[in-house]
Design a protein around this ligand. Structure first.
Ligand code: GLC
Length: 459
């Protein structure tokens, strides 16, 4: 009897190994997931947009929390919100010209303000002096410009009356008694229904939505919030039912659930290598700001240079990931001149060098990364890209590359780079490793921020 039970258990175990990965909301095999995410994996570069009432104080999107403002104190921004220069077509053109292929905008941030016309709240853009659904205009403009569109939606809400005060809330308390007092009468059940109602609106009223970016969970420690607070499983199921093709980030606190997320989201830091889970490489996207804050911050000075931003993009692709680069538009509805400068310069580089970004990924391990460079690889065309972060001098040695490369050229102008021979002279005999390849580069660095060598590989 015991033996039979054991055999059944063993059988069940093997069946579970063979069955397709269960993705919350529907069944999906690994292959189907890869196909669903194929456009995103190929596109590599997107624009994040954080826009809302916090553009007016212009000192961080967390200003309400940082300055512990009450709803009444924060209300003045609602009463003044009127971005008279808002032209999402202009934004979309700038994103596209910079080489970005998709964009994700805040439909609601932690302050609870809704940039869309929701049936379930009065705290929304249509009740401000601006008076229109800015998300609708945004979606239309970005789609027209050929970009895929996504919504960020904050799980935190510092305005909803039923959202319990937690440690991240502007009115966070210092003792249990205070928390109990503050949270008396609040009903998170109603808030959970509110989230579902709003996410349903977002995924029903705006056509096909390509990405859902839910932000975020902080379950550890006291007075945090996680999957039970958001009813994450049911929320995720609903998202997938409403938009079966959608791609979802990983902040619902369902990291351990098969299918509980599509990609991981390292925020404001560079990963040291392709992130893994249970030993497997996973899809990832780093989200990053131009300067320190996500919302418009007038006096913030730590702006990354164009080169730093390009390195961020190239390095992400070189480790198999994407970059979502954030703009915080101003209260007038424009992109600040520092954003425009950098987008222009990125676009100038992308115009000629984007083949080393789109459809590319980490290079096969047989290719060593030369010093001061980053490698990317296009498996479909079998081309390897060497990004020269620090322009080398004339003879450029690629260790172990001999016999593997058919042809070399600069990517920006398609000009041939010839192969060199070992050099001898009286004082020094270069010991050429027989498997090294030598490229003869022009002494003058081409007029490209980061020049790219394209290697057409042997089959
Ligand atoms: C964090 C911050 C938030 C920002 C987000 C972007 O969760 O709370 O302000 O929207 O990161 O990833």
């Amino acid at each position: 009897m015991m033996k039979r039970g054991f055999l059944i258990l063993l059988l069940l175990f093997f069946v579970s190994l063979c069955s397709p990965a269960q993705v919350v909301g529907f069944n999906e095999t690994v292959k189907e997931k890869t196909e669903r995410m194929a456009w995103w994996t190929a596109d590599r570069f997107g624009m994040f947009i954080h826009w809302g009432l916090y553009a007016l104080p212009a000192r961080h999107e967390w200003v309400k929390r940082y300055e512990r403002m009450t709803d009444e104190e924060y209300q003045k921004y609602f009463e003044l919100f009127n971005p008279d220069l808002y032209n999402p077509h202009e934004w979309a053109r700038m994103a596209r010209a910079a080489g970005m292929k998709y964009a994700v905008i805040t439909s609601k941030h932690h302050d609870g303000f809704c940039c869309f016309d929701s049936e379930f709240t009065d705290y929304k853009v249509t009740n401000t002096p601006y008076g229109k659904d800015l998300l609708k205009e945004w979606v239309d403009a970005f789609r027209d410009e050929g970009l895929k569109v996504g919504f960020y939606y904050s799980l935190l809400d510092w305005h909803h009356p039923d959202y319990t005060i937690d440690r991240n809330h502007p009115q966070s308390a210092s003792t249990e008694e205070e928390y109990n007092e503050l949270n008396k009468g609040k009903n998170m059940d109603d808030y959970r229904i509110y989230i579902k109602n709003q996410v349903r609106e977002l995924l029903t009223n705006y056509g096909k939505i390509d990405i859902m970016w839910l932000d975020y969970s902080f379950p550890s420690g006291k007075h945090g919030k996680g999957r039970d607070d958001w009813d994450s499983m049911n929320l995720l199921k609903m998202v997938r039912e409403l938009q079966p093709g959608i791609i979802i980030n990983d902040r619902l606190d369902l990291l351990d659930v098969e299918g509980g997320w599509d990609f991981t989201t390292p925020e404001q830091y560079k990963v040291s290598e392709w992130p893994t889970r249970n030993g497997k490489k996973i899809p990832w996207e780093t989200c990053q700001t131009f300067s320190g804050s996500w919302g418009y911050y007038r006096d913030e000075t730590t702006w990354k240079s164009t080169k730093q931003l390009l390195v961020l993009l190239i390095e992400s692709v070189s480790k198999g990931g994407n970059l979502l680069l954030n703009v915080g538009p101003t209260a007038r509805g424009t992109f600040d001149h520092r954003v425009q400068d950098r987008l222009n310069s990125i676009g100038k580089w992308m115009r000629f060098n984007s083949p080393s970004i789109y459809n590319c990924t980490q290079a096969p391990s047989e290719f060593d990364k030369p010093e001061n460079s980053l490698l990317t690889f296009n498996p479909a065309t079998n081309r390897l890209y060497i990004h020269l972060l620090d322009y080398p001098l004339h003879r450029y040695t690629l260790k172990g590359y001999a016999g593997k490369v058919k042809y070399a050229q600069f990517l920006h102008d398609g000009s041939e780079i010839i192969f060199g021979k070992p050099r001898h002279n009286v004082t020094y005999q270069e010991e050429r490793q027989k498997d090294d390849l030598i490229l003869i580069l022009p002494v003058l660095k081409p007029d490209v921020e980061i020049p790219v060598i394209e290697l057409i590989l042997e089959q």
